[in-house]
Design a binder for this molecule. Structure first.
Ligand code: SIN
Length: 290
């Protein structure tokens, strides 16, 4: 899959490679109304990664339904819409609006954005709020509901279990890790808000730790996300208990990265005599867990 926020709405990429070969496309976070996003600069390169503070800039749910979904309906690849309202109850309202809309295959609840003043990561740091957001969405749609966790907690298990009990179909781990970069000439943070979200290979071991912990605690599938660039990276996540992976930041340097990861995974499987990806899901977990 593509990771939210790194593949826009998919249209530009569709002109350059066969996006229908992917498992799914995950969209940028969508909010009830259009959002202009945070002040510039919004990104900063870091060793082995990047910081972002986009602030959920997007066109709002109405344009997604009217303009984008009809185009997605023509694609033979599932499109998962990432929902990022700032109030728990709006997860329900938005899920109802998207229920039954052709072109939308599933919802991913963004309870983990670190770059907004209300909602976002605050919801994902509190098991009760995370469960309430999940319940609100699940009660208002027949679409599968995936919940994307924040790594900005000590222990992801209480949140993951609360979302599972509230009806989530899958857990995605993880969104970005809080970080700061300083412009030493101007003596101020590079990103005007100071704190921003770190992604890329720098966070891969953190993402693997979250997948590892969550996969042993829940029965629903876990989707791994964080620093995946190669087929071998994907294998690591699968062995840590993920059933699927998302590729995000790698796409900025190489727009074909999600497809390259898929092809790399297939090559690794062939060279290791693995017929079915399910043979390696959870293979590195302590025995009896998956
Ligand atoms: C952003 O729009 O600031 C990033 C979204 C996210 O991290 O969920």
């Amino acid at each position: 899959m593509t990771a939210s926020g790194t593949f826009s709405w998919g249209f530009e990429f569709a002109e350059h490679f066969d996006i229908e070969a992917l498992g799914a496309i995950v969209t940028k976070g969508v909010t009830p109304r259009p959002r202009a996003g945070n002040p510039q600069p919004r990104t900063a390169e870091t060793p082995l990664g990047m910081l972002n503070s986009i602030g959920l800039q997007n066109v709002g749910i109405e344009r997604v339904i009217e303009e984008f979904a009809p185009r997605w309906a023509a694609w033979r690849v599932p499109v998962i819409v990432n929902l990022a309202p700032d109030r728990v109850e709006d997860f329900g309202t938005m899920a109802r609006m998207l229920d039954g809309v052709p072109g939308i295959a599933a919802l991913e609840l963004n309870i983990s954005c670190p770059n907004v003043d209300t909602g976002g990561m605050e919801i994902g740091q509190d098991p009760e709020a995370a469960a309430a957001a999940t319940r609100a969405a699940v009660r208002n749609t027949d679409l599968p509901v995936i919940v994307k966790l924040t790594p900005n907690v000590t222990d992801p298990v209480p949140v993951a279990k609360a979302c599972e009990e509230a009806g989530a179909a899958a857990i995605c781990a993880i969104n970005t890790v809080l970080g700061v970069a300083i412009d030493i000439e101007r003596r101020r943070p590079v990103i005007p808000r100071g704190r921003a979200g770190l992604s890329g290979p720098a966070i891969k071991p953190i993402a693997l730790r979250f997948v590892w912990d969550v996969a042993q605690a829940v029965r629903i599938p876990v989707i791994g996300c964080g620093g995946i660039r190669t087929g071998e990276d994907a294998v690591e996540f699968l062995m840590a208990g993920a059933s699927a992976v998302q590729v995000g930041t790698a796409t900025f340097a190489n727009p074909r990265a999600p497809l390259d990861v898929l092809e790399g995974l297939k090559r690794w499987m062939e060279s290791h005599g693995v017929q079915d990806v399910r043979e390696i899901i959870g293979a590195a977990l302590p025995k009896g867990e998956a």
